[in-house]
Ligand binder design. Structure first.
Ligand SMILES: Nc1ncnc2c1ncn2[C@@H]1O[C@H](COP(=O)(O)OP(=O)(O)OP(=O)(O)O)[C@@H](O)[C@H]1O
Ligand SMILES: [Mg+2]
Length: 394
């Protein structure tokens, strides 16, 4: 699973890996236990067992020569309960990475993190249950950028507002910028509860979920970021997956605002997403980082049409032109949002969305095009007036 890692990265992985000899019949972990380590089979054979009534049944035997002979990856990304028991079928040697050591390694080297997340996410995808065709589920939209300050939060908040106000859709805006998210403040909302309270009291009931949301006057709901940065540690990808699954049944659109860092939560969000909007500013730093970010998206094997490149603040002073950017990026921008410094500054100052403040500004026009793409509806007024219309003020 570590293919693609450089030798120097592999040596860092090996520093946190402990080799363990396990005689035949050793139980490495039990179904239902909270995972705290990840295992790679170096030599030997293991059995995967699942509960079947009071007994346990062997559902699979894997040997070290099998490509997917690694186990317990969910423990590394989310501390989720083990979904099966693992027992050695013959005398075997396993490599063990404890969650604490793994976290430390990832903090020190985000490139290794990315490679590992790539391997894990393709396995999650393969294991994901199919959704029955008849269930109507809301669309999950992720706003991401490899650089901070690209305009993700303004974008996410205004998209939720536009979808609710113009699109008459049930929209939920989620602040996944868990340490310093400020969507509630931006929108002049005063949530009693946040995502941290929700994960402390998980629910599968929509009426309970509503108690954790705060409603905006434009008609959308917000799940706010934790009140204290340290609470961000409480939220893992299993919480996110469970929450999104529930929210999808009750909202037409769930819009996730993120922070500019690839970590398991963001990758899980992107895995589940129907559309990922990658925001960038028209300058060289953003071009460079977006280039790398698009490469990661390619490695994650996302279908190209799931990824939408958004050039924000187009036309800002001293910025690169759309043509220059597209040439440097070797791809077209899917959407552009004009630099609207005055309007956006006013929005921030008055804690409003563009659809309350100035729905006719250039920024709103760009958002409308994005909403049209997401909903398949037409919202923009036809600007080509007929001579009759002009004559009679139509
Ligand atoms: N199209 C635009 N025109 C002018 N200013 C903009 C535009 N979009 C965003 N801004 C400004 O850029 C700044 C950053 O926006 P925002 O907070 O949405 O970025 P972000 O990507 O969420 O940042 P962070 O990574 O810190 O969360 C804000 O001050 C906002 O007013
Ligand atoms: Mg933000």
């Amino acid at each position: 699973m570590f293919e693609g890692l450089e030798d120097s990265d592999l040596s860092k992985v090996s520093q946190v890996t402990k080799e363990r000899f396990c005689p035949k019949g050793t139980v490495l972990f039990k179904e239902g236990d909270i995972g705290d380590a990840f295992y790679l089979l170096k030599e030997g054979k293991v059995e995967v067992l699942k509960k079947d009534g009071d007994a346990e049944k062997v559902i699979k035997t894997l040997s070290h020569t099998d490509k997917d002979s690694f186990f317990g990856e969910m423990a590394l990304v989310g501390g989720a309960p083990r979904n099966a028991t693992l027992r050695t079928a013959v005398d075997s040697t396993v490599m063990v990475i404890a969650k604490g050591d793994f976290d430390m390694m990832l903090r020190l080297n985000s490139f290794i993190a990315l490679r590992i997340m790539t391997a894990l996410s393709s396995r999650f995808r393969a294991a994901a249950p199919e959704t029955p065709a008849e269930t109507k589920l809301g669309k999950l939209v992720v706003a991401f950028s490899p650089k901070s300050g690209a305009g993700k939060s303004v974008f996410a908040a205004n998209l939720a507002a536009g979808l609710a106000k113009m699109g008459q859709a049930k929209a939920l805006l989620v602040d996944l910028d868990l340490q310093f998210g400020d969507l509630a403040f931006m929108l002049d909302l005063h949530p009693k509860r946040t995502i941290a309270d929700l994960v402390e009291n998980p629910t599968d009931k929509p009426e309970v979920l509503k108690e954790y949301l705060v409603d905006h006057k434009s008609g959308f709901s917000v799940l706010a970021a934790p009140k204290k940065p340290e609470q961000s540690e409480m939220i893992n990808s299993s919480h996110l997956r469970a929450f999104v699954e529930l929210a999808r049944k009750h909202f037409d659109y769930i819009i996730l605002d993120t922070h500019s860092f690839f970590q398991d939560l963001t990758i899980n969000a992107m895995d589940m997403a129907d559309a990922i909007f990658l925001l960038m500013l028209p300058n060289m730093n953003h071009i460079k980082s977006m280039h790398q970010c698009l490469k990661v998206m390619e490695n994650l094997k996302y279908p190209p049409d799931k990824i939408k490149l958004v050039l924000n603040r187009e036309g800002a002073q001293y910025s690169r032109s759309l043509e220059e950017i597209e040439t440097a990026m070797k791809r077209k921008a899917d959407f552009t949002l004009k630099d609207s410094w005055k309007q956006i500054s006013e929005l921030i100052e008055h804690q409003k969305t563009v659809f309350e403040q100035d729905a006719s500004c250039d920024y709103a026009a760009g958002m409308v095009r994005i909403m049209e793409f997401l909903t398949g509806k037409k919202f923009a007024k036809d600007t080509k007036k007929t001579w009759l219309g002009n004559l009679f003020g139509g």
